[in-house]
Write a protein that binds this ligand. Sequence first.
Ligand code: CO
Length: 185
Amino acid sequence: MKYYQKLLQNNVEWAQEMVKQDPNFFAKREAAQTPHYLGIGCSDSRVPLELMTGALPGEMFVHRNIGNQVWETDLNVLSVVQFAVNVLDVEHVIVCGHSNCGALKAAEGPLSNGLIDHWLSDIRDIIRWHRTELDATKDREERLHRLSHLNVMQQVGVLSRTSIIQDAWSRGRRPMLHGWVYDIG
Ligand code: CO
């Protein structure tokens, strides 16, 4: 069986299992979604937000990109945030980084990755802002661990200053913002 065929087969088996647990599982979800959470994570295949938090289909609206970044100029992530906050009325927005992130490792190194170097420029800025602290940490693992936290803090900060979140808060409404770092190991 080819790799992609395995995925289709898995889907059939998963759907049967869901219906066995709840005959109305899919019927209940067909018309609309009412997620409580927006998850913003890294595209890394090891950090599937819904899977690792046990969120079922319909429970978490998700946006993932390389390095779990929130740029105030990125129409993609801003559209996701706006829809999640203004239309879906999510209660929580979770920005989730992770250990051993390739984006952070690449941002520490020389400009030699082609197009993606542009996308890593914000992480390079974070490294520059915290140069003294990061340089003082000689152990690379430890430095990347700290950087993963600094990155998430920066992205939550940017998110909190977007007009979408500011408008929601000025109406006295949710969401609550969370910054998480997931340890793969
Ligand atoms: Co990553």
